[in-house]
Ligand binder design. Structure first.
Ligand code: NAP
Length: 258
């Protein structure tokens, strides 16, 4: 009885999901969660080895998964990856934009190339994917756009300069996408991590004192792990979140709450 109730809320059976950055860190954990909840999942990134390893892992667990190699740093790259991904299992019902870069020069040292690269991957790619898939989702009456932003969308932090600007834009993008399509069953929301132990911040992790200090800033008392995003991602991808749209969901151990 409880299984069928939970399935009616959260099952992703019959859904197709596209997860950018699904070969590493948070994206990989989200791809696995969506696949284990029943979705057929296409992961998109540049590095083939990590893509293959991810899909092999999911397939070994009995999930349906495929990979598409794509570079989301150019408009042409995003558009090509979107078409290739949609050709695998069909048009996606769920699009998760987890691919992101943090080049980290402080704002005063930022050059045009850093601005362009950051905005292209972190903000323009999610926008273009929304433009490509949002209208079709609205026509079909169901869709889920899920973005991954950052504490830096809300506060300047660790001197990452324009990274925070891109993430602030991303949360605004989710609100505008929500405004555009929510009346036709398409929600758009953002997951907001704290400090999560992934390859993205390998350099920061090499300083144990910084890692410890960041953990101490949470209420839970530890830094985030990719699997901390599994439940929130399934919720935002599922029917259960139909009345949740334009929101930022902090999955950060309470980092932002004090
Ligand atoms: N880790 C944290 O503490 C933290 C905190 C706040 C927000 N976030 C956000 O969470 C998201 C995931 O980060 P993560 O920590 O999981 O990072 P990660 O482990 O470095 O994963 C990043 C993913 O994005 C892909 N990617 C990067 N550039 C790409 C491009 N040009 N085209 C296609 N794919 C690209 C990477 O694959 P390839 O390199 O093979 O392309 C990889 O799959 C990012 O948006 C990040 O900003 C992370």
């Amino acid at each position: 009885m409880s299984d069928s109730y939970l399935a009616s809320l959260f099952s992703l059976d019959g859904r197709v999901a596209l997860v950018t950055g699904g070969s590493s860190g948070i994206g990989r954990a989200v791809a696995r969660a969506l696949a284990r909840a029943g979705a057929r999942v296409v992961v998109v990134a540049r590095g083939e080895d990590a893509l293959v390893a991810t899909v092999d892992e999911l397939t070994a667990e009995g999930c349906s998964a495929a990979w598409v190699r794509g570079d989301l740093s150019t408009r042409a790259g995003v558009r090509a990856a979107a078409e290739e991904a949609a050709a695998v299992f069909g048009e996606p019902d769920v699009v998760v934009s987890s691919a992101g870069i943090n080049l980290r020069p402080p704002l005063g040292e930022t050059d045009d190339a850093t601005w362009d690269a950051t905005m292209a991957v972190n903000l323009e790619a999610p926008y273009l994917l929304g433009q490509r898939f949002g209208p079709g989702m609205a026509e079909r009456g169901f869709g889920r756009l899920i973005h991954v932003s950052s504490q830096q969308a809300h506060r300047a932090f660790v001197s990452s300069g324009v990274y925070g600007v891109s993430k602030g834009g991303l949360e605004s993008l989710a609100r505008s996408q929500a405004e555009a399509w929510s009346s036709r069953g398409v929600t758009a929301n953002t997951l907001v991590p704290g400090f999560v132990l992934t390859p993205l911040n390998a350099r920061l992790q090499s300083d144990p004192a910084r890692v410890e200090a960041l953990a101490a800033r949470t209420m839970v008392g530890r830094n985030g792990l990719p699997d901390d995003f599994a439940g929130a991602a399934v919720f935002l991808a599922s029917g259960a979140s139909a009345y949740v749209t334009g929101q930022s969901l902090f999955v950060d151990g309470g980092f932002s709450a004090h």
